[in-house]
Design a binder for this molecule. Structure first.
Ligand SMILES: Cc1cc2nc3c(=O)[nH]c(=O)nc-3n(C[C@H](O)[C@H](O)[C@H](O)COP(=O)(O)OP(=O)(O)OC[C@H]3O[C@@H](n4cnc5c(N)ncnc54)[C@H](O)[C@@H]3O)c2cc1C
Length: 490
């Protein structure tokens, strides 16, 4: 790795972490002429079960950053939308037409004609993306995507990559962040200085607490993952969501051969791979509720694939108010991974930050007061996209993992609402970042569910239906409002 990192100079920006967001923001700033140091503890290709399905709005952000080539030559699979299985019924919802989507402007100095279009490769067809009337997403092996992002970053002349683990955020007497302390392979506790330190150290961030001691995520459930080989998917090129009496299951192809299955497990505590209850859940419950055509490859994976477990965390974004420090990506903000929105939020945040810090707006990052003003604007401007994606992820998880009578009523209503009005996919994919539309559709689902329940119960049960209507509405309010409120006022 580069040994040109220089601890005697002042960088414009130090970026901690080269996962999804780190290379994106580093590249953008370097292209804008800033001197950037990108520090990553492990530059080998990651082998993780996260960040494998990118929503169309995530692709748009990559285009706007001029980094769309990161999805090329990694055997990525195009994704047209979702296929939902609800107690044996199936519903296919494709991404919306392009005319519905909000536009994202290009980031100054980043996007060109060459670097903002997907090119055809062994699995992706450029024409399919360009000429399609509808929006399209992609799914891929996470590690290869990250390697591509890192390669783009490494090509930037103003950007130095350093292998090392950041162990401390350095501050001066005024409490302003001045840089970081790093343990490198052959020397420890090296201090690097920068006007701005951007922290993108991911889900298990060590440094998010710099924004406040109480800034810690909550974990409500876990995802148990296996890799299926040559799975026969009922709806190729779609994310599959299986809704049953259990927590939801997510299945999507990540390469021509591999398919990811993520089984939600209702436990805030980390289950162990050898846990008897977990084994029974995977061997019996999941096996019986996934579509039949997938079962042979799933059975095979139970014998041969490594079981991996990740927490499903939630964290509301806290304002970046410390001079010299900016926290972003999962370190700043997390939502339930059910809707695959994390990379979309992180990359759109990179787009927004790079626009707000571009040289025509900020001459030098040393001007802390001006930079802080831009951070405040960032915080307000990002709300529309992040509140929609975050709140929807939590609301859908609550409905799809329904564990009470009233959530079951909402779950049933939601499925049947989607058969008539598929619009919520425009919100889920990040293409329509309008919190009011989310509010409108969520409560439309609630009222639809209540009406559906009236119809199902029939006249004889009318008094019971009234009682259930009140509690169903109350449940909908409890599921939705506190999260929306937190997102809006934070
Ligand atoms: C089970 C699961 C499935 C998911 N699936 C999807 C999906 O399909 N689609 C989607 O959009 N999102 C998904 N997400 C969310 C997505 O993975 C994250 O939002 C995204 O990876 C966040 O990017 P990041 O750059 O903030 O963090 P990361 O990608 O985690 O990168 C953090 C980087 O920082 C480095 N690092 C950490 N500490 C240090 C240190 N002290 N010094 C130096 N380097 C350090 C790490 O090595 C790592 O490379 C999923 C999440 C989970 C939990």
């Amino acid at each position: 790795m580069s040994i040109t990192a220089d601890n005697s100079i002042q960088y414009d920006a130090i970026v901690i972490g080269a996962g999804v967001v780190g290379p994106a923001i580093s590249t953008a700033l370097a292209r804008q002429g800033r001197k950037v140091l990108l520090i990553e503890r492990d530059w080998t290709q990651p082998d993780r079960i996260v960040g494998e399905l990118m929503q169309p709005a995530g692709l748009k952000a990559l285009k706007s950053l001029g980094m769309i080539e990161a999805v090329n030559n990694i055997e990525a699979i195009h994704v047209d939308g979702y296929s939902i299985f609800y107690h044996g019924e199936q519903l296919i919802i494709d991404y919306p037409e392009k005319s519905v989507s909000h536009k994202i402007q290009d980031v100054p100095c980043c996007a060109t004609n060459e670097n903002s279009k997907i090119v055809s490769d062994s699995t992706l067809d450029a024409k399919y993306f360009e000429e399609n009337e509808r929006e399209v997403g992609v799914a891929f092996r996470h590690g290869e995507f990250i390697s591509n992002l890192r390669s783009i970053a490494k090509k930037q002349p103003n950007l130095t990559c350093l292998k090392g683990t950041v162990i401390k955020i350095e501050k001066n007497d005024l409490g302003h962040v001045t840089g970081v302390m790093v343990n490198e392979t052959d020397r420890s506790k090296v201090v690097y200085n920068a006007h701005l330190t951007i922290c993108c150290d991911g889900i298990f961030s060590k440094f998010r607490k710099t924004l406040g001691q109480s800034n810690v995520p909550t974990v409500g459930s876990h995802f148990i993952s296996l890799t299926l080989e040559n799975a026969e998917l009922p709806s190729p090129n779609h994310g599959h969501v299986v809704i049953s009496n259990e927590a939801p299951i997510l299945i999507y192809q990540i390469s021509p051969v591999e398919t990811r299955i993520l089984c939600a497990y209702r436990s805030p505590k980390l289950p162990t791979v050898n846990d008897v209850k977990l084994k029974k859940y995977l061997n019996e419950t999941v096996y019986n509720i996934i579509p039949e055509s997938i079962r042979p490859s799933y059975k095979n994976a139970l014998l041969n694939s490594r079981i991996r477990i990740m927490p499903n965390s939630y964290l509301v974004a806290k304002r970046n108010e410390i001079p010299g420090l900016f926290v972003m990506g999962d370190a700043l903000n997390m939502r339930h991974p059910l809707t695959g929105g994390g990379m979309t939020v992180g990359l759109n945040d990179a787009v927004l930050l790079a626009k707000l810090l571009s040289p025509d707006k900020i001459e030098s990052f040393a001007d802390h007061s001006k930079v802080l003003d831009q951070f405040m604007e960032f915080h307000h401007e990002r709300k529309s996209l992040d509140s929609v994606i975050n709140v929807l992820s939590i609301a859908l998880y609550s409905l799809f993992s329904a564990d009470s009578k009233y959530l079951v009523i909402l779950q049933k209503g939601c499925f049947h609402y989607l058969t008539k009005i598929p619009y919520p996919i425009a919100l889920l994919s990040g293409l329509v970042p309008e919190p009011f539309m989310l509010f409108k559709h969520f409560f439309a689902v609630a009222f639809f569910s209540i009406m559906f329940n009236f119809r199902e119960n029939g006249l004889v049960m009318f008094p019971v239906s009234i009682y259930e209507a009140i509690f169903t509405l109350y449940t909908a309010i409890v599921v939705f409002t506190p999260y929306m409120w937190q997102e809006i006022v934070s």
